[in-house]
Write a new protein. Structure first.
Length: 142
């Protein structure tokens, strides 16, 4: 695991710690784990509450929210808290991810782009991109 991945997991778990300290007045995750094992708290209610907490307090995408909840789920499973995949899927209300359809540029749009190119190198580059379907992620200074 890279340092940036470990740092991201630490931030996610710290965020969860903040949630449980605010909502359940539990000061540590160890206390939460022991109370869940003793069936004092319903784990799925906690995860549902965490999902709602993230939606209300943060402006994050559905994918980011799902990743944060999955990180907490994996953390709890690592500490021997049994989580049924079927119950997890049935009881947890995670927002749906919206997939946007991608559409190709029309022939007229490509012609307009090529006509707007002032430099022959830029026009050649745009023609290459349009003709082959290569995606350009970096802005080249030509």
């Amino acid at each position: 695991m890279s340092k940036s991945t470990a740092r991201e997991y630490w931030k996610r778990l710290t965020n969860f710690q903040l949630f449980i300290s605010n909502e359940y007045a539990i000061l540590s995750t160890e206390d939460l784990i022991s109370k869940v094992r003793e069936c004092m708290f319903d784990l799925y209610d906690i995860l549902n509450g965490y999902s709602a907490y993230l939606q209300q307090n943060y402006t994050i995408s559905a994918l980011t929210l799902k990743q944060r909840v999955i990180t907490v789920k994996n953390f709890l499973e690592y500490h021997d808290v049994d989580i049924s995949p079927r119950k997890f899927k049935l009881k947890l209300k995670l927002p749906r991810m919206i997939r946007r359809s991608k559409e190709a540029l029309s022939k007229e749009d490509i012609i307009d782009i090529l006509n707007a190119c002032s430099d022959i190198r830029l026009k050649t580059y745009a023609t290459l991109l349009a003709g082959t379907g290569i995606q350009s992620y970096y802005c080249l200074s030509i």
